[in-house]
Design a protein around this ligand. Structure first.
Ligand code: FES
Ligand SMILES: [Fe+2]
Length: 340
């Protein structure tokens, strides 16, 4: 029996999570929430720094303070901290006074910028950051969706991203009308803290200019590879067999609090010939798809992902989402000191 996974499960402290787009982090301190805890992020000494958003003196949020030349000053009594978190000045003590050694800011175990996001791990992470090879491949261009802040469970959102049986019902207004309700047989391959699922199917390629000119038929094939890296780093890679080209959708979730989360979605495409209008169109379409998903996701009463297999009814069409529950259940046990 595993407890249902909430957005603030203590096991998630041992994981990497996105907390911001780099552009959200400036030279002035700003608060970001993760797992119900506030962090202050700002730029200092050419990089991004993060600390628990709490002054060691009287626990004032440091994010209401200010920063000058990378030195953060608390708004309450003016204590100053350098970018290593060491206190360098306590105005009330005057010049040259010895500073208490405990007057230090608390950094997270890990902070890294990757795939156009800032990731933070509160405690030493068990699972590595999910890779997106296309993000570093110059033949791909990136299109970022606006970051959405929603009332939802990150576990249920991950479940939704991996789910392949909802398209004709949830996405009838976008791409779902052409989709068959029956899910093709597919296999799931687990590798450590990640898994992939892949299958090939035929679809109506309405985006292909070669269809209008008669070069290619409307019904074409594509290969889909879904990937999860625990806890909530998700991607879908779509390879178009006849028309060529690859689309990648990266979906990264920030559990802010028990009831709230933020969704970072980025498209990486190598088939748009650098045309910003086509990328803008692709981003708008993906926003419409995501809004359809959110109509369901925001309606859940209980914002948790059940991890006990008997808590829900699974079918063979749910292999991927069942694997999600297995990986996360293993992660919870590993965080609690039991080998998975
Ligand atoms: S609370 Fe921050 S300096 Fe006193
Ligand atoms: Fe969906």
């Amino acid at each position: 029996m595993s407890r249902p996974l909430s957005n603030v499960d203590p096991a998630l402290r041992r994981c990497w999570h996105p907390v911001a787009r780099p552009a959200e982090v400036t030279a002035q301190p700003r608060r970001f929430l993760l797992l119900g805890e506030p962090w202050v992020l700002y730029r200092a000494d050419g990089g991004i720094v993060a600390f628990a958003d709490r002054c060691p003196h009287r626990h004032t949020p440091l994010s209401i303070g200010s920063c000058e030349a990378g030195v953060l000053q608390c708004a309450y009594h003016g204590w100053k901290f350098d970018s290593s978190g060491a206190c360098v000045e306590i105005p009330a003590l005057g010049n040259g006074a010895a500073l208490p050694p405990a007057a230090r800011l608390s950094p997270p175990a890990g902070l890294v910028e990757a795939h156009g996001m800032v990731f933070l791990a509160p405690e030493p992470p068990i699972a590595p950051l999910g890779p997106i090879p296309e993000a570093d491949d110059p033949s791909f261009e990136a299109g970022e969706l606006p970051t959405l802040a929603v009332r939802a469970s990150v576990g249920l959102l991950a479940d939704n991203f991996l789910d392949v049986a909802h398209f004709p019902f949830v996405h009838a207004g976008t791409f779902g009308a052409d989709e068959a309700a029956e899910v093709p047989q597919y296999a799931v391959a687990r590798d450590g803290w990640s898994f992939t699922t892949s299958y090939e199917h035929s679809f109506a390629n309405r985006e292909d200019p070669g269809v209008a000119t008669g070069l290619r038929p409307l019904t074409q094939n594509r290969r889909l590879v879904y990937r999860l890296d625990a806890p909530f780093h998700l991607s879908l890679r779509i390879d178009f067999i006849e028309a060529g080209g690859t689309n990648v959708i990266g979906f990264f979730l920030q559990p802010e609090s028990a009831e709230r989360c933020r969704i970072f979605t980025t498209l990486w495409r190598d088939d748009l010939s650098g045309d910003p209008a086509r990328m803008a169109e692709a981003v708008d379409f993906e926003v419409a798809v995501l809004r359809e998903d959110l109509l369901v996701q925001e309606a859940f009463d209980e914002l948790v992902l059940p991890l006990t297999p008997t808590a829900e009814v699974h079918t063979r069409a749910d292999r991927t989402t069942l694997e999600l529950r297995r990986v996360l259940s293993d992660l919870v046990r590993a965080a609690e000191g039991d080998a998975p």
